[in-house]
Design a protein around this ligand. Structure first.
Ligand code: GCU
Ligand code: CA
Length: 467
């Protein structure tokens, strides 16, 4: 379990030092207690786990939606930094939506803190209205919410608004994006997406040539806009302060030649983007058509990588291509190709300093059989891939899934054991035997949407143990 140390305590320290030196521009955050009205707690206010501030904390009922809600005041509209203090004495993350004035802004993971008496602060950036605002933490799983102690609100804001262009630093990208053309950032592999927070009552996106895109507003259900180009309006008539948007594109594959590029957000007049945090965890999934989610209509977002990562409140990338193998023998060999920015790059051009995944999941071996890869070649290749991944991501937990069609599974397991014996203990074999049957596939190979959901349900707790 790796937890970010409290950013807030250092903020408080800086604020105190500044106050002593007489700088009036820096105000300390204001603390709101979860047990004090107008805050509400859909559960009980308890005081049996030491270390809380005020007179207690909110122990919400262990149910989806059993929320802790704060009502906070901002003197002016603008950006605010929130510090939510929580404890989670279990080993399972308890993701919750952060809902500001009724709009879901992000999912916060609230991972285990080691003990119910170990309180940790998480920060997130939101946009507040002048005056009163509600901030609700609403759990998305039946495990419920972490215990919530308090919320610190630093509404000193500042001019952090952005213009929505591709290089706007308020836009958070996930996956491998080619940023060499400042007008259009290009999505390399399947499953890339971007998140942004924006003000104003409408939102759109600039596209180049025709593409199928999907989007969601305020973390609502993802919706498709097929075969669109130019200026595409995605929502109008939005109310309240700020909203979030996620946009992703259908991958180029087979005969589909859409143009998966992002040309910037189209903001309402006078509107701007706001800073948006990133989840603690980023999971990269490396695989073939199964990891893309092909051939299901709503891939990638009904595929197991997306589902399992979202359930953990984690960011995710799908470095995956239909037909891919582990070994390059007349086949996209991902042991080589995972070092590329896209499936159509011509050399190993990806710069791993762009982002660091802290978990990597490999699902490869389904296709090698058709290219005459021997078990010996497969096992050797897998070991090399694990070594290369370790170089690329020095601190990641790496998971090697046995493939569902039961191919090269002993070799996958042996490759992991070899790396463990060589001292790399953060490589794990994932035994998927029995996770799905033929009835969970569309063609004996590719999981149906329901099959993907089953896989995600099995994979999520395994990843959660290590993140
Ligand atoms: C324990 C703990 C509570 C906590 C609960 C939970 O009962 O004492 O403070 O809220 O577990 O799992 O939600
Ligand atoms: Ca509880």
């Amino acid at each position: 379990m790796r937890l970010k140390s409290s950013v807030l305590s250092s903020t408080l320290l800086v604020a105190a030092v500044m106050a002593l030196t007489g700088n009036p521009a820096v105000a300390a955050p204001v603390r709101y207690e979860a047990e004090t009205a107008p805050a509400t707690c859909a559960g009980t206010v308890d005081s049996n786990h030491a270390g809380y501030s005020g007179s207690g904390f909110c122990n919400a009922d262990n149910a989806v939606g059993a929320a802790a809600q704060f009502t906070v005041t901002a003197s002016a509209a603008g950006t605010a930094t929130l510090g939510v203090r929580f404890a989670n004495g279990t080993t399972t993350a308890r993701p919750a939506d952060a809902v500001v004035n009724g709009s879901r802004i992000t999912t916060t993971s609230f991972e285990g803190t080691g003990a119910w008496t170990t309180w940790v602060t998480k920060t997130l950036t939101v946009s507040l209205n002048a005056g009163s605002n509600t901030i609700r933490f609403s759990p998305t799983t039946a495990n419920g919410l972490a215990n919530i102690d308090s919320l610190d609100v630093d509404a000193t804001g500042g001019s952090t608004g952005g213009n929505g262009r591709p290089n706007d630093s308020n836009i958070q990208y996930y996956g491998r994006w080619n940023t060499s053309d400042s007008a259009y950032y290009a999505m390399g592999w399947a499953g890339g997406y971007l998140d942004a927070q924006f003000t104003g009552s409408s939102i759109g996106v600039r596209q180049r040539n025709a593409i199928d895109l999907y989007y969601s507003i305020d973390r609502g259900p993802l919706q498709w806009r097929r075969n669109v180009s130019g200026n595409v309006t995605l929502a109008t008539g939005l109310s309240g302060g700020s909203h979030t948007i996620r946009i992703g594109y259908r991958e180029r594959a087979g005969s589909y030649n859409g143009d998966p590029v992002f040309g910037g957000l189209i903001l309402a007049s006078g509107a701007q983007t706001m800073p948006l945090g990133r989840p603690t965890n980023l999971i990269e999934f490396i695989g073939d058509s199964i990891t893309v989610g092909q051939p299901n209509a709503n891939r990638p977002f009904t595929a197991y990588p997306w589902l399992s990562a979202e359930a953990l409140g984690a960011g995710h990338t799908q470095v995956a291509q239909g037909g891919a193998c582990l070994v390059s023998r007349d086949c996209y060999g991902m042991m080589d190709w995972f070092r590329r920015s896209s499936a159509w790059a011509t050399y190993d051009d990806w710069n791993f300093a762009t982002y660091q995944a802290n978990a990597v999941v490999i699902n490869l071996g389904t296709n090698d059989i058709g290219h005459g890869v021997s078990t010996t070649q497969f096992q050797q290749g897998y070991i090399v891939m694990l070594e290369r991944l370790r170089q690329a991501y020095p601190n990641a937990e790496i998971f090697a899934m046995g493939v569902f069609r039961n191919r090269y599974v002993p070799e996958t397991r042996n490759a992991v054991a070899t790396r463990n014996a060589a001292g790399d203990t953060r490589v794990h074999f994932v035994d998927t035997a029995g996770w799905i049957t033929a009835a969970d596939t569309t063609d004996n190979v590719h999981p149906s949407d329901a099959g993907h959901a089953k896989i995600a349900q099995r994979l999520r707790p395994i990843l959660d143990q290590y993140l």
